[in-house]
Design a protein around this ligand. Structure first.
Ligand code: NAD
Length: 450
């Protein structure tokens, strides 16, 4: 991260937005592009036909949102669990073709692209197979299950030239877009520190999901579901709660931290892995047999700048970021962005002068006021500005960005390289936790080193 990028720019855009802000914080409501504003009819040749892989908790939402987009059509759906074939037909249409074999979707010439929401341990294989079959793909976050998987996925995307959009939809939110604009205008001055946190405090938030009631080795292809992980006996809890185990999931890092990291990369306009990560945490609350921490705090280094991100499944905390710079603070919460500028200069004589003898102190005070006092009526207004959004509503815009890229061959907002960098931060956070020490990313060997 190049800190000087910020210092060279004067922040000029704020004055208009903050006009009158000295009277209080001005709030501006941001409107995401509404669906009704999109083109409602689409020539047959412009239609995008996709195949859906994985129709679980997230996939069902992706499927429902995608088919509401103009000119976007679901041709077929795939899942290893038959209950989700029923669900896909309920969402799309009763005669939607469904299968347990995703390779059938990749071989289907009617399908232009894939939307995939399978557990993390399947991401690499699905993406590599899809791009090699000539299909563009929207893959859920975190892009990869390991650093090694990510390297292979980036190479496959580059080799084939197919479009890969990673599903950390935060980067498509109007709040992040406004924050990015402010940062690009120099609102922060020199970036000093980024901090962020997110917490939950309930069993569902901690991934203790109820398995589908008819799940059995007859209704689910359990053997394939396990992928390359050493095989275990059929276990409905693993099927529903795979996030709890490192063999399938990526912990709170891959599940939640990745959203903070992707959003941060986007807001700051950076696309790189952290150079260093140091994590601490533990299984403090949910002692249910999981092997991933439920409290996980990581201190990263991006260039020279520390980034401190804290995740907890033990205490509810709003999703919050604070981007701290020499010219102010940008705070992002779920629906708000607040910019509070800071002058970064003394606003009165230095209190150190209280240690001067009277004559010296009086002289210093007099000189200071002569040199610094503002002309009456022309005092600078250092007001802040706040932006509010009706919602993050980022999922539809993120999917739309993907389908538009498939149509136009223009780049997506979150390609494989961007997704790889965000995922690397998560893998480094996990590796530091398990290795109990700082880790670095070595670009030469493309490995995480202790
Ligand atoms: N972007 C977000 O906000 C967000 C939110 C939740 C989940 N996710 C991500 O979405 C992905 C899926 O999560 P989920 O909660 O929906 O999981 P889930 O377990 O509810 O659903 C996954 C589905 O994939 C199917 N599946 C697994 N392997 C398959 C294969 N080889 N072929 C076909 N189907 C296969 C499973 O049978 C299951 O139905 C994860 O990567 C997760 O991190 C993203």
């Amino acid at each position: 991260m190049n800190r000087n990028r910020f210092s060279r720019r004067e922040f000029i855009g704020l004055s208009a937005a903050a006009a009158g802000a000295s009277l209080g914080l001005k709030t501006i409501v941001l409107d995401p592009d509404p669906l009704w504003a999109l083109p409602q009819t689409m020539a047959a040749s412009d239609r995008v036909r996709f195949g859906m892989i994985g129709i679980g908790m997230q996939g069902s939402g992706l499927l429902g949102n995608s088919i509401e987009l103009p000119g976007v059509e679901c041709v077929a759906a795939c899942d290893l669990y038959d209950g989700r074939h029923t669900l896909a037909r309920e969402i799309v249409r009763p005669n939607l073709p469904t299968t347990r074999r995703y390779l059938e979707l990749l071989e289907n010439k009617e399908i232009d692209c894939i939307v995939a929401a399978v557990p993390d341990h399947w991401h690499k294989q699905v993406v590599v197979d899809a791009v090699n079959a000539g299909k563009d793909i929207y893959i859920e976050k975190p892009m990869s299950h390991s650093a090694e998987d990510g390297v292979e996925m980036v190479a496959a995307a580059k080799k084939t030239g197919r479009i890969v959009q990673v599903g950390s939809q935060r980067v498509s939110s109007v709040i992040c877009a406004k924050a990015r604009e402010l940062v690009a205008q120099g609102a922060l001055g020199d970036l000093m520190l980024v901090e962020g946190s997110l917490g939950r405090n309930d069993p569902t938030g901690a991934w203790e999901y109820p398995p589908p009631t008819d799940l059995s080795p007859q209704t689910l292809d359990w053997d394939t579901w396990q992928g390359t992980v050493p095989k275990r006996q059929f276990d409905p809890l693993i099927f529903a709660r795979w996030r709890c185990w490192k063999e399938y999931g990526t912990g709170v890092a891959g599940d939640l931290l990745v959203h903070l990291v992707s959003g941060m990369q986007y807001v700051l306009g950076i696309n790189e892995a952290p150079t260093q990560a140091m994590a601490m945490g533990g299984i403090l609350r949910w002692k249910d047999g999981r092997n991933m921490p439920d409290v996980h705090c990581t201190l990263f280094k991006y260039g020279e700048v520390p980034v401190y991100l804290r995740l907890s499944l033990g205490t509810e905390m709003p999703e919050t970021y604070r981007f701290q710079g020499s010219k102010g603070i940008l705070e992002l919460t779920e629906f708000n962005l607040t910019y509070t500028p800071q002058a970064g200069v003394d606003t009165g004589p230095s209190y150190y002068a209280s240690g001067f003898p009277k004559a010296m102190r009086d002289e210093y005070f007099k000189k200071w006021h002569q040199e610094h006092d503002a002309v009456p009526g022309k005092e600078p207004a250092l007001g802040g500005v706040s932006y509010r959004s009706a919602s993050w509503d980022d999922l539809k815009p993120h999917l739309w960005n993907f389908f538009q890229a498939v149509r136009t061959r223009k780049p997506v907002v979150e390609d494989a390289v961007f997704g790889h960098h965000a995922a690397l931060a998560c893998h480094m956070a996990n590796q530091s936790y398990f290795r109990k020490g700082a880790v670095t990313w070595d670009e030469g060997s493309k490995t995480i080193k202790s």
